[in-house]
Structures are given as C-alpha cells and as structure tokens.
Design a protein around this ligand. Structure first.
Ligand code: UD1
Length: 418
C-alpha cells in the first residue's frame, strides 16, 4: 500500500498549474459514447477516476488513445452496452453512462454505483428522470437494467438539484424525441462544460448553469475537439493548503468566479487576494481568525468538495467557526484523524465546531475518501513533525501529479511503497 510521508512546518510558496476538472472530464468522457467519429480531449486530468472511465469506454468497444493530458476517444465501432461489474464499482461516476448508453444503444446495464463512501448516494433521482422519458427499469441480480429505444421528451422536475442526475437525464434526453426540459436541475459549471461539449458535437442544449436546461432530442452527434474546463476544487485545495502553511500561491489557469464563496470568506478575513480571468494569487497576511458558519450547498454555494480542506484550514485559523455539511451525511470521517493530530474540533450532528486553534502535530493517519484524504495532506503540511498519510489511492482518484505539485510549492512530501 502506498503512503505519503510529509515533513510539516514549511511555508508553501510558488505557482501551481490547475488541471482539467475531474467532475467535467468524467461526464464528458461518458458523453463521448453518443458520438461517431474522433473526439480529442485536451486538459484531461491525469487521475485514476479518468483511467477507470477510459477502461470502461474500451470495454464497450471504443477506441481510446493518447497519453498525459490529451486523450482521443472514438466510439464509432462501439459494440457493447454492458459495463463490467468490476469496472462499474471502481467509481460511482460510471452511473452517468446510463443516459449516454440509452441514447447510443437503447439500453444500459449498470450495477449499484461505487465511489467514495461519503453517504448513502442513492440514484433514485437518476432513475425517476429516466423513467419520465419512458425508460423501463428493472433490478435483477444486483444489476440495474435500463431499456428505452423509443424515449419521448418530457418536462422532468427534479426533487433535488443532483449534479449526476442532471447530467444523466441531459444525455438520455439527446436520444428522446422532442424537447425535454429539466426543471430545478443542478447549476454546477461542469454541467455547462458538458453542454458546451455536446453542442460542439452537434447537439442543441441550452440553459446549463441555470435551474432550467432545455435539450432538443434526436440530433446525430459527431466527434469534436474539446478542452476540459479547469478544476475549481483542485484550485481551492491548493489555495487552502498554501494559506494553511502561512504561505502564498499563484494558481495558474483558474478564474475567480468559479470559487467565489471561498474567495469571499478569505477576503473578508483579511487575506491578500488578487485575481484575473486566468489566475488567482493569495497570500497569508498574519494571524487572521475566521468566524461564523460556513454552510455547504449546491452551486453557487460553498462546495461540499472543499469542506474537509476548509475544516483543516480552520483548525488553525478559525477558533469558534462552524462548518455545516448539507450535501453528504458521511463526510466527516477525516475528523477523527485530524483530532489524532491535535485538532480541537468536535462533530455535532451535521456540523464541525472548531473549539480552539491548535498547532497540529505529525501522526500516522488514514485517508478514507478523496477530499478527506487531501485534507489530511494539508494537515501534515501544517503540522509540527512528520505525518504519514496512508491509503493514497483515494487521493489519486481526483488529484493529478499531487506530490509533484506540492513539491513545486516547496512542500516536503515523499511517496513510500509498502
Ligand atoms: C457530484 C460530484 C461530487 C460532488 C457532488 C455534490 C461528480 C463526478 N461528482 O456528485 O464531487 O461532491 O456532485 O456537489 O460530478 N442524491 C439522491 N438521489 C439521487 C442522486 C443524488 O438522493 O438520485 C443525493 C445524494 O445522496 C447527495 C446529494 O443528492 O446527498 C447530492 O448528490 P449529487 O449532486 O447527485 O452528487 P454526485 O453527482 O454524486
């Protein structure tokens, strides 16, 4: 098992090139199965979730090529619509393939979704949306069989703005006759990136980024070239990491509005921040304390994917602050590990309360999910002494060239293979 060995206490200082977004790349790669002809994706993040998705595409008969950040996918010769169980369980995002496969093949066979264990993560909103378009869904031997070769457009009112369900239903609607409207859908910018990609392939979707998306069904999609948008969660992680070590950072390739809620909190607390459409620069400016409640919420609210990194940052800079988790009920697994490092924080219902600010001490800790794992690395960099973060496989699901980027900022981190 691989682990990171971190020597803490060093102020990070330098620049980080922000990669393409995991949460845009995964649904866009899934959408590629609806196209005929070659797609070339640039700024594709080099993370294990993307590798798993590419393996799934290959298992379906797609031609996948490329290395590093440029990947080509040609689904012209695709000949299967059943995702192998072993690959499906590697990550939850393969559920997005249901809508895309329905459009391409008129059927999809998926198994119960895997991914990080951060709560119940049901797929009822996906299922009811697909049913509204006329898909027939059956559960058999642990698999979900979805059939629908004559889908019809409909108004789909979503009971909750689920990101994945919005993307899935959008993709199924491409194959449905007529114009579908998704009402109360999620507004995350990665959904707009998916819309842009599909439209570039010849689709006609509008409204992504707002609460109503309109999809004109029945259009043939061809391949295209698409640059994956920047990863706002990766950017937020390095920003908090640098400030947590009382350092400074230049984030190259990210525009401020994508992480506005985080920027506002830091700016209000007096951190020095400058930005343009293309970059953000932030610097520690001396003993600032962040007060009040930070509540996670669907976009444009504070992202749940930055909650563990924020709590870790607050362990030293936010005595009295409260962070409330409103999206996933099991996203505090990392708290026990932070307490092991001396953080004076407590969980109360869906909140973490920062009681006092403590200097953290190095310890041996376990990553239990992707963002919680990244938070523990931040903790290790802030701490006095050495920290070992075990189970790095979770972190690699969403952060490409993680240790290289940290070293580029002057952080002392090495990889141990056991
Ligand atoms: C996506 C992101 C993930 C992020 C999350 C919330 C990707 C690949 N992943 O995950 O990084 O943390 O958005 O911003 O884009 N829910 C239901 N029924 C459903 C679907 C969802 O009850 O059918 C619930 C979930 O259990 C959760 C909430 O809705 O409590 C949000 O989930 P959702 O927006 O669907 O997140 P994901 O698409 O899984």
């Amino acid at each position: 098992m691989e682990e990171y060995l971190i020597k803490g206490g060093k102020k990070l200082d330098g620049a980080v090139k922000i990669s393409g977004a995991k949460n845009a790349a995964l649904p866009i790669l899934a959408a590629a199965v609806m196209t005929r002809g070659e797609n070339v994706f640039t700024a594709c993040p080099q993370i294990s979730d993307v590798s798993s998705m590419l393996k799934i595409l290959q298992s379906l008969g797609c031609k996948v090529d490329g290395s590093k950040e440029t990947v080509s996918v040609d689904a012209s010769m695709m000949n299967r619509c059943r995702i192998p169980d072993s690959l499906m369980k590697e990550m939850r995002s393969s559920v997005f393939l249901a809508g895309a496969l329905l459009t391409r093949c008129g059927e999809a066979v998926i198994s119960s979704p895997g991914g990080c264990d951060i709560g119940k993560r049901p797929i009822d909103i996906h299922i009811s949306g697909l049913e509204k378009l006329g898909a027939k869904i059956e559960q058999k031997d642990g698999c979900i069989l979805i059939k629908g070769n004559k889908l019809e457009a409909a108004d789909v009112i979503m009971p909750y703005p689920s990101v994945g369900a919005t993307e899935n239903i959008m993709m199924a609607a491409i194959g449905a006759k007529g114009t579908t409207r998704l009402i109360n859908c999620a507004r995350e910018p990665e959904i707009a990136d998916l819309q842009n990609y599909i439209n570039r392939c010849g689709g006609k979707i509008s409204g992504a980024g707002t609460g109503v998306i309109t999809v004109e069904g029945g259009r043939e999609l061809k391949g295209c070239e698409h640059r994956i948008m920047a990863d706002r969660i990766e950017a937020g992680t390095y920003l908090l990491m640098a400030l947590a070590t009382e350092g400074r950072v230049f984030l190259d390739g990210i525009s401020r509005p994508l992480i506005e809620p985080l920027m506002r909190i830091l700016e209000n607390a007096g951190y020095d921040i400058k930005s343009s459409q293309e970059w953000i620069w932030a610097s520690y400016t001396g003993g600032r304390n962040i007060h009040g409640i930070i509540r996670t919420a669907p976009y444009p609210g504070f992202p749940t994917d930055l909650q563990p990194q924020m709590t870790t940052f607050l362990a030293k800079a936010g005595a009295g602050a409260i962070i409330e988790e409103n999206i996933f009920e099991k996203r505090f697994e990392y708290v026990k590990q932070l307490k092991k490092m001396g953080a004076d924080i407590e969980i109360f219902e869906n909140k973490v309360i920062i009681r006092n600010n403590n200097i953290l001490c190095g310890a041996q800790v376990e990553a239990q999910d992707l963002r919680g794992g990244a938070a523990l690395v931040i903790a290790g960099l802030m701490a006095d002494g050495s920290t070992v973060v075990r189970n790095t496989k979770y972190i690699k699901r969403g952060y490409g060239e993680f240790t290289e980027k940290i070293k580029g900022l002057g952080g002392e981190i090495t990889v141990n293979e056991n």
